[in-house]
Design a protein around this ligand. Structure first.
Ligand SMILES: O=C(O)CCC(=O)C(=O)O
Ligand SMILES: [Fe+2]
Length: 228
């Protein structure tokens, strides 16, 4: 995490609505997390096809989170909170996010959002993730992170991370994010600020995953608000 180029990530988020953090996790850390699919403690499992969410399965970790997941969540939060605060100002919102993740979580917990949201997702050939927004209550931290735990081309084919941006009174824009093993993508939970001719406005964003053509793909999702 010390090696992350936050100035570049922030510039990419401003310009494109997403940023890649290359090699956030090592191959060994990805293996540990993939193996944790079977052995970690989870609070619940969602079979996506049952809810019309796509096809595939995900599991929400329980508290206490595995050390690596807890460290990523606490460590990635402060620089993202600085970006989130700047975005809120641009959009004329009075939402402000504290410097430490523990303080933001305390806000969630006081409002009854107490269930942990970090999760592992597992996709087989034919699986996909419908375009969605990960909102779990009134308290929403506006940025989130997903880390690819499998190697494209070697472990799976297809299964691209996709973001869409709704442009007011215009057609939507799609962005396919090319991730390698251990790379992370930072993206907006719901919306991002864009400067137009008449000032800043909000653009709604959604994310999902295109259909896996072959193999097995795992992702770690880090969402900073907890769930009601
Ligand atoms: O599997 C992916 O790349 C997307 C995961 C996702 O929806 C999330 O992390 O919120
Ligand atoms: Fe998601």
């Amino acid at each position: 995490m010390e090696d992350i180029d936050w100035a570049k990530a922030e510039a990419d988020l401003d310009a494109h609505g997403c940023a890649i953090l290359p090699g956030l996790l090592s191959a060994g850390e990805c293996t540990v997390l993939r193996e944790g699919w079977a052995t970690s403690d989870y609070r619940s499992e969602v079979v996506m096809g049952r809810y019309g969410y796509g096809r595939g399965t995900y599991r929400y970790f329980t508290y206490p989170l595995p050390d690596l997941v807890a460290a990523l969540r606490a460590g990635l939060y402060p620089p993202l909170a600085a970006i989130a605060n700047r975005w809120a100002e641009l959009l004329g919102s009075d939402a402000r996010y504290p410097e430490a993740h523990a303080d933001f979580l305390a806000r969630c917990h006081a409002a009854g959002q107490v269930r942990p949201t970090p999760l592992i997702l597992r996709y087989e050939a034919g699986d996909w993730n419908a375009l969605h927004q990960d909102v779990y209550g009134a308290h929403v931290f506006p940025l989130q992170v997903a880390v690819l735990l499998s190697e494209p081309g070697a472990d799976f084919t297809g299964g691209e991370f996709v973001l869409t941006e709704q442009r007011p009174r215009m057609q939507s824009r799609a962005e396919v994010v090319p991730l390698g093993l251990g790379d992370a993508v930072v993206f907006p939970v719901r919306e991002r600020p864009v400067q137009g001719s008449r000032g800043w406005h909000r653009r709604q964003m959604r994310h999902g995953v295109s259909r896996l053509r072959s193999g097995l793909r795992f992702t770690l999702g880090i969402i900073f608000h907890d769930a009601a």
